[in-house]
Design a protein around this ligand. Sequence first.
Ligand SMILES: *[C@@H]1O[C@H](CO)[C@@H](O)[C@H](O)[C@H]1NC(C)=O
Length: 428
Amino acid sequence: MAACKKPRTKEAGRRRFVFVVVFTLMFVSVVLFCLRAYPVSNIAMEPADDTNHKYSHSRLRGNLNLPKQNELSIQLEMRNWLPARNRDLYPTLAKDHITVVLYVHNRPQYLQVVVKSLSQVKGIGETLLIVSHDGYFDEMNKIVEGIRFCQVKQIFSPYSPHIFPSSFPGVSPNDCKGKDDAAKKHCEGNPDQYGNHRAPKVVSLKHHWWWMMNTVWDGLKETRGHSGHILFIEEDHFIFPNAYRNLQILTSLKSKKCPDCYAANLAPSDVKSRGEGWESLIAERMGNVGYSFNLTVWRKIHEKAKDFCYFDDYNWDITMWTTVYPSFGAPVYSLRGPRTSAVHFGKCGLHQGQGEQTACVDNGVVNIEVNDEDKVANIKSEWSVHVHKHQPGYKAGFKGWGGWGDERDRLLCLEFARMYKITETASF
Ligand SMILES: *[C@@H]1O[C@H](CO)[C@@H](O)[C@H](O)[C@H]1NC(C)=O
């Protein structure tokens, strides 16, 4: 028996060895195949669960006239399809949550203050925070990666002028500068209405705002097609602890209390004001600090892409006030409470005609007073609405501050509006 058993054991051992080798080879080739199919960096960054979207997005690329991307631009764009972080800490978003979009450039000192203020906001853990970056900056990135108080999704504008060191949308070697005469200098570019050529650092803000709006409403799977409100804040907006609860009240009251209101705001349109302190809701012109609106309003804005993209002003807000909103036909009001829930702060001693009591930040310390009334919801549903009519400010007829005369900027802006709209013209 024993003599008989040995060869069979040997035979079985050989078979097992062959099996292990074949299996290992198969496993290795599957891994190699996967590595080739998905870029390494993508795997290292935890694969997006939105492969469908990524697929369709790159499929569209062929029919869009977008600038040629560099390595950084591609890497950043791939990060946009990653799922939100902190889903382990906050596994579910509250039903009817209001997504918060924070758009930032490169002022880490300010962002630190804003993020700290957000961490104190009641209810923030119920919602998703999207941080939209204009350019890639390590310090900014670190601050956002350190957020633990809610789900966070980072997105990066892949066509930010800040990530194109030597080509459009950055500066190209052959670009006209200042008041150059394009014909005489044989350089590229169209001057604005004041005779000045484009400056990439100046145009980046309007590009970023428009790219972000299109991406949030029509691109990201987390937010596209959501009909409810989305709140927009900036890297120098201090947010009060009651901001989210107040916003929930405002958005729920809006249709009944102010059917003419297009939006709900956390702060007065006069950025120096902290509110009237009345026992009343306020409807007034659309502000640019802590504004929120819904998908219906976005659709109306999107219809005016051409007006937005061709208006010769490098400021997105002035462009909205002087071209887009007036085109809606009726005054565009926004509903807010009588006490502000957000404050725009700037650097101390900046020469912008700011009053002494204006909030400012110095060495990372901000001098904004938060009282007990700012810590809990302080808007009453039984209040009536006071309407501020005929307020001063930019309106139709203003011809713009310029800085947005280059045809390339205008076309890029229009492409952003088309980016998520083309679906059936794919080349394969
Ligand atoms: C969105 O807001 C607009 C303007 O206030 C309103 O007319 C519309 O009914 C709202 N849409 C939804 C889906 O709530």
